[in-house]
Design a protein around this ligand. Structure first.
Ligand SMILES: [Zn+2]
Ligand SMILES: [Zn+2]
Length: 67
């Protein structure tokens, strides 16, 4: 696994918290038969580097750092 983005809220979480979140998200997608996954794909913008939600990033949608 790569380190991910330094400004990504998910990438900078402790490993255990990330693992728990990944599991929770996976279980959610499974429970909704992929509907939540489709909604997430359709409505959220994702980081091209780590594929997490851009909402958790301290950067603009074009990928430029705010600072
Ligand atoms: Zn990330
Ligand atoms: Zn990222």
């Amino acid at each position: 696994m790569s380190q991910g983005c330094r400004d990504c809220g998910t990438c900078t979480k402790p490993g255990l918290a990330r693992l728990a979140q990944n599991w929770a998200v996976g279980a959610l997608h499974l429970c909704t038969a992929g509907i939540s996954w489709l909604i997430k794909r359709g409505t959220r913008r994702h980081c091209p580097q780590c594929r997490h939600q851009l909402a958790g990033h301290q950067r603009r949608r074009d990928g430029a750092f705010i600072d």
